[in-house]
Write a protein that binds this ligand. Structure first.
Ligand code: ATP
Length: 663
């Protein structure tokens, strides 16, 4: 068998994505490489690079190419050596691979090589598809520029936002004394254990520089903090507060709606507690809604390019992006490109959650030092002057500029109970502690069915979805249709079944059909063809014409105008929006959904279903993300209890060059 026949066979068998061999053939065909064996070595690198890109890595470490990447790919021991044997003689060791690749005309060796638009780039011991190399550099350059002053004194003498239209805005820093004055008024609660108030510290740090990263687990007060940060930014502007252009955004519509709602509520409460000292209600109204990043940047049909870019930047002074762990590398690069130099960017997210579905692990990379802190003397002095907080000595150090602008919130307000303990144990990789919390099943907040059968899952699903389906069957009656639709959508958020995998007995595809069947048997659902009232659907592809995006979840409800047709209703901020069902082409049923797709959402009762067999996708971040989707109750179903400790021990590492570019 030839090398390519072998690669095709692996692609047929689902071990490689089909794009891999096509991409390898294309790249090697671009220029002759002396001998077929020389071409096969490049083709092998392309196959692995393409495979890793499909799995979310932004590049390939040459050391992985030189070693046996079977474990990384979830392959058995013989598979990789078998493919290598067909390729012929290969470079031995990372240095030999480097020497070989840098001589390939298809590869730009950076720095130093002549750039002729080669499809691959070799930089820092990593092989990239050009697009990701360029995106990583865009992100790293922008982050460096936005944090360049944060190790030293804050910038002075600059106006915090544009005073007139047409003037390029420049950010600056209000005086530490002014910041402190307002922080003391805005934060009136004491910290729980009397330690440093990281929320105040986060606000202080965010008033200097063009970037602040605020990370923390669920319920640590990221939204609480950012609402106060906004109030602070308005306050220090005094009379000019009304001119501050603030944009709120998140990767999904659901997350954007939650952000807006939480900020509006917080500003309203603050407005009362400040007894009118700041016109926060009016300012919140002026801010407008929160948007998805796609919509903020101006996504256009049939192109990856956005309407807003370096040549046509966003009209904002402050941009707050929530659920930043879901933002992939390409999107982050596009966002930073489109952001004016003078605007402040505040990224909020949980660094320990699953990384984005698409390539990159940007928030994780940016938060590399967050746990340890590593704050320098200048930051500590600034924080003390601007917030009255003393950074505890264990968090002092000499980490880089980005670390000075990164704050981790460390105290969960919502998750003091068993759900929080479980999430913490999983995050610490402590399988024993996780098992103990689950087995204790305290207060009915956590439960674990260790040897679950399909029947257990179906019973839970029928119980969990009953309230929303009953509300749905009562119909709109006296209520206005949209208000009724909103209440049905809200009731649907009460319960969700999350799966680790798509395929197989315990995967999303099979479970959705079995759940729908069970609900039908119990008279809760009437299915007629593909579209039926009560069908929850998830959008699987962005559709700019109808304004729905990958990951959006809606419910099929009757059309109030035309009783014979059905519409899909989506939550949109405090409102609902609907699209004619037949206009949506890329959807799937969503009684059960993957943990990946559940990011950015929370449900009162979340059930996490793990498959019988462990696999490389079943890792700590996935279990942690599943648990932290639960607001009040969490149930774990495992057909085989042994997969839980294995999953907790395994970490998902994404290969990326961003960390070393920022070091
Ligand atoms: N310093 C504080 N004092 C009093 N209550 C607080 C404080 N910080 C947060 N809270 C409350 O704790 C709860 C969780 O806060 P918040 O929603 O801001 O957390 P979060 O980190 O944004 O959570 P998630 O990631 O799950 O959205 C909220 O009810 C909030 O009002």
């Amino acid at each position: 068998m030839s090398f390519y026949e072998h690669a095709d066979m692996l692609a047929e068998g689902g071990m490689l994505r089909r794009l891999g061999p096509v991409f390898a053939r294309f790249v090697t065909s671009l220029a002759p490489l002396g001998s077929p064996a020389a071409g096969n070595a490049l083709a092998l690198a392309c196959l692995l690079l393409s495979e890793l890109e499909g799995r979310g890595h932004s590049c390939l470490q040459l050391s992985a190419l030189a070693d046996d990447p079977s474990a990384m790919l979830g392959w058995s021991e013989d598979d990789w050596p078998g493919l290598c044997a067909e390729a012929g003689p290969l470079p031995q060791g990372a240095a030999a691979w480097h020497a070989y690749l840098q001589d390939c005309p298809q590869v730009l060796a950076w720095p130093g090589g002549a750039d002729s638009g080669q499809p691959l780039v070799l930089a820092g011991g990593r092989l990239y598809l050009r697009r990701y190399w360029s995106d990583e550099n865009t992100v790293a350059d922008a982050v460096r520029a936005r944090t360049s002053d944060s190790e030293g004194e804050p910038k002075r003498g600059r106006t915090p936002f544009s005073l007139e239209k047409g003037v390029r805005p420049l950010f600056g820093s209000p005086s530490p004394a002014l910041v402190r004055h307002w922080l003391d008024r805005l934060f009136t609660h004491a910290t729980r254990e009397g330690g440093a108030d990281w929320q105040k510290i986060a606000c202080a740090v965010a008033t200097r520089g063009g970037l602040a990263v605020i990370t923390g687990g669920p319920g640590t007060g990221k939204t609480y903090t950012v609402a106060r940060l906004l109030a602070l930014l308005f306050a220090v502007e005094g009379e000019r507060a009304g001119q501050l252009r603030v944009a709120l955004a998140a990767p999904t519509g659901k997350a954007a709606a939650r952000l807006k709602q939480a900020i509006d509520d917080a500003l309203e409460k603050l407005s009362d507690s400040l007894e009118g000292a700041l016109p926060l209600r009016e300012l919140a109204e002026r801010m407008g809604g929160a948007r998805t990043l796609h919509s903020l940047l101006g996504a256009r049909p049939d192109t990856r390019a956005f309407r807003h870019n370096a040549g046509n930047q966003l009209d904002v002074d402050v941009l707050i992006v929530d659920e930043a762990s879901m933002v992939h590398l390409e999107m982050m690069a596009a966002l930073l490109d489109a952001l004016p130099d003078g605007a402040r960017l505040v990224l909020l997210g949980d660094k320990d959650q699953l990384a984005s579905v698409e390539a990159g692990s940007v928030l994780g990379d940016l938060c590399f030092d967050a746990q340890a802190g590593g704050y320098g003397a200048a930051t500590a002095a600034f924080v003390e002057a601007a917030s009255g907080q003393v950074i505890p000595p264990e968090f002092l150090g000499n980490a880089g500029a980005l670390a000075q602008q990164t704050v981790m919130l460390r105290q969960s307000r919502r998750f003091g109970g068993p759900i929080g303990q479980l999430a913490q144990a999983v995050n610490n990789g402590d399988a024993e502690a996780a098992r103990a919390v689950l087995r204790a099943g305290r207060d009915g907040q956590v439960a674990w069915n260790e040897a679950a059968q399909q029947e257990d899952m179906l019973r839970l699903a029928a119980e969990g979805y009953r309230p929303f389906l009953q509300l749905l069957r009562q119909g709109a009656a006296a209520q206005e249709h949209d208000a009724w639709a909103a209440s049905v959508l809200q009731a649907f958020e009460g319960f969700r079944l999350l799966c680790a995998v798509r395929e197989g007995e315990w995967g999303v595809s099979g479970l959705n059909e079995s759940i729908a069947q069970r609900l039908e048997e119990q008279g809760l659902l009437k299915r007629r063809g593909e579209w039926y009232v009560g069908r929850p659907v998830m959008i699987t592809r962005n559709d700019y014409a109808t304004g729905v995006y990958n990951g959006d979840i809606g419910l099929v409800l009757p059309d109030p105008e035309r009783p014979a047709s059905l519409r899909v209703y989506f939550s949109d901020g405090g409102q609902v929006r609907s699209v004619l069902a037949t206009r949506l082409r890329h959807v799937e049923t969503a009684f059960a959904m993957t943990v990946h797709k559940s990011q950015g959402s929370e449900f009162s009762h979340t059930v996490l279903v793990l498959p019988r067999e462990a696999s490389s996708v079943l890792a700590r971040e996935l279990v942690y993300t599943g648990i932290t989707r639960a607001r009040q109750r969490f149930t774990l179903l495992t057909p085989n209890p042994g997969v839980l400790p294995e999953a907790i021990r395994r970490r998902t590492e994404r290969t990326s060059g961003l960390r070393s570019l920022l070091a």
